[in-house]
Design a protein around this ligand. Structure first.
Ligand code: PMP
Length: 364
């Protein structure tokens, strides 16, 4: 061992980026033993015959080999299941989170900015920070609709390379008006990525806009359709963009088991869509029951979750957890979310548990 050398060994404080040192770890709540209504998962297991089939596929999978780098069979299954425009390419990500990261890496020139609206999916801001980009955002109106003039002014002022617009939006649950989204697409100086994570629970899609406008990309995930554990998202858009972004994708980002299972599941897309449709019905039943409770405001939702406003959000969140139900307290995330809690729509049984727990916690 040599004598002490100044600055050796390096410490995280001496070596790492200051913005990384300043980050708070992303917290995922422990749901052990709780009814898990915090993360917008599909509550239904695979239909029995499919579970057995996927078991057989996994047993026969060549997990000693690297996965197919281009995942051609899986992309073909996505095209067959969904109306991906013929003039658009598909890029696959290990969840759409990875796609957000790839897009950010691709535009990360010095001084470049990522834009979105506020409140929205937190990962847009987080990944801008991870990749050393400026993050700019424009508040929604108090009713969570887009303030298009304000968004246009932000685009003009900040000239972001990339803007993310989630519709239906998380955590507000509402979808944005088509005319507003189109105006933003035409005003955006760079790429507009429309994040349709919750498309299966609403009626709108902007895939046609990705086909019509060269600066529009549409991102989707299968996480809300019963495949959150497989980690699979995709991006749709013009080959001139996707071909460049694909260079940053690590070659084997979609693993063998995900490729096999998702390809098979997409062949049964009608079953997945039927579960989503059931959840839409449950959402409306749950919303009506919640609206009947005293002191609970329920916002309209086109997603698989409901945003509620209550007088004492932290107390109610804790009261629900004590009664075995985990939802998400978003009341501190943005001033427009004051008093707000977000609850994923579950199975009928889970929703009954949520309602009963909420009633008891409100009365306590
Ligand atoms: N976009 C939005 C709007 C989301 O709410 C989520 C998940 N909460 C994602 C993207 C990420 O989904 P995943 O990484 O699971 O594909």
């Amino acid at each position: 061992m040599s004598a002490a050398r100044p600055g050796w060994p390096a410490t995280p404080q001496s070596l790492l980026r200051e913005d990384v040192l300043a980050l708070a770890p992303y917290h995922v709540a422990d749901a052990t033993g709780l009814v898990k209504l915090d993360a917008m998962e599909n509550p239904y297991p695979l239909p029995g015959d499919l579970a057995a089939e996927i078991g057989a596929l996994a047993a026969g999978a060549a997990i000693n080999r690297y996965p197919a780098p281009d995942a051609r069979a899986l992309k073909a299954a996505i095209r067959a299941a969904l109306a991906v425009p013929a003039n658009c390419d598909i890029l696959l990500g290990n969840g759409s989170d990875e796609i957000i990261q790839l897009l950010a890496l691709a535009v990360a020139r010095p001084g470049a900015a990522i834009a979105s609206i506020d409140p929205t999916f937190v990962m847009f801001r987080m990944i801008a920070t991870f990749t050393g980009l400026r993050y700019v955002s424009c508040p929604l109106r108090a009713d969570f609709t887009l303030d298009v003039e304000a968004v246009e002014a932000m685009l003009e002022r900040e000239r972001p390379a990339l803007m993310f617009l989630a519709t239906p939006n998380n955590p507000t649950g509402n979808a944005f008006a088509r005319a507003d989204v189109e105006r933003i697409a035409r005003a955006a100086p760079g790429l507009l990525v429309i994040d349709e994570a919750y498309y299966a629970f609403g009626d709108a899609s902007f895939l046609d806009l990705a086909a019509a406008l060269p600066n529009v990309l549409v991102m989707r995930t299968f996480s809300k359709l019963g495949m959150a554990g497989l980690r699979l998202g995709f991006l749709v858009g013009a080959a001139q963009w996707l071909g460049q972004i694909d260079k940053l994708r690590l070659p084997y980002n979609i693993n063998v088991l995900t490729q096999l299972a998702a390809t098979r599941l997409l062949e049964r897309y009608a079953d997945l869509a039927a579960q989503a449709s059931t959840l839409r019905g449950e959402r409306e039943r749950l919303a009506a029951a919640l609206r009947a409770l005293p002191e609970v405001e329920v916002f309209d939702s086109e997603a698989n979750f409901l945003l509620l406003r209550v007088a004492r959000p932290a107390e109610l969140f804790d009261g629900l957890r004590q009664r075995g139900v985990l939802i998400k307290n978003v009341s501190g995330a943005h001033r427009l979310l004051a008093g707000c809690l977000r609850a994923t729509v579950g199975t009928p049984g889970e929703n009954v548990r949520l309602l009963a727990a909420l009633q008891a916690a409100l009365a306590a």
